[in-house]
Design a binder for this molecule. Structure first.
Ligand code: AMP
Length: 181
């Protein structure tokens, strides 16, 4: 089962993805986590991605796709993908190297997600108010068109993410169990 989690920053994709990966025994692939690891280790990719990530701007499509393609090929059939695709170009590229079965669209009002990010204790470099708004603008402009794309393909399921993590995870599990049999 190949699952994509879609949603604005702060909606809880990362936490939900980790829980679903555990529940269904699938690898959790988070492009944000992979970038942060590369940046911390100062790899060539990390050096290229750093300024984008720090300023809350999407990393260029080719760079992200080149990074994620081998991960998905390695995972084969079965993954929880969190943070990819985030643009129409990425969605198009993804079609050529992986099959997607379900897209879970985690949604909550912008006000709610901003408050949640501000409440995160970990202190990610891109969790300051100005950068949060930039990340949300990127989401609205470049990522939100994917909702209609996947809805029209019949693979999108809406998850009410105004609920707490447990509620969100349970909704996701219910959809996946029902659809995947
Ligand atoms: P996240 O942890 O998912 O919020 O991602 C953190 C940052 O990594 C984003 O603000 C982007 O700069 C970058 N990033 C992660 N995934 C992608 C993607 N699919 N396309 C472009 N940039 C990405």
């Amino acid at each position: 089962m190949n699952v994509v989690l879609l949603g604005p920053p702060g909606v809880g994709k990362g936490t939900a993805a980790a829980r679903l990966a555990e529940r269904f025994h699938l690898p959790h692939i988070s492009t944000g986590d992979v970038f942060r690891k590369h940046i911390a280790e100062k790899t060539a990719l990390g050096v290229k991605a750093r300024d984008y990530v720090d300023s809350g701007i999407l990393v260029p499509d080719d760079l992200v796709t080149d990074m994620v393609r081998p991960e998905l090929v390695k995972a084969g059939s079965g993954f929880i993908l969190d943070g990819y695709p985030r643009t129409l170009a990425q969605a198009k590229a993804l079609k050529d190297f992986a099959r997607i079965d379900f897209v879970l669209n985690l949604s909550a009002p912008i006000k709610t997600v901003v408050e949640r990010i501000k409440g995160r204790g970990a202190g990610r470099a891109d969790d300051n108010p100005e950068i949060i708004m930039q990340r949300i603008r990127e989401y609205e402009e470049k990522t939100s068109p994917l909702i209609d794309l996947y809805r029209n393909e019949g693979m999108l399921f809406d998850i009410d993410s105004t609920q707490d993590v447990e509620g969100v995870v349970q909704q996701c599990i219910a959809v996946l169990e029902e659809k995947n049999g």
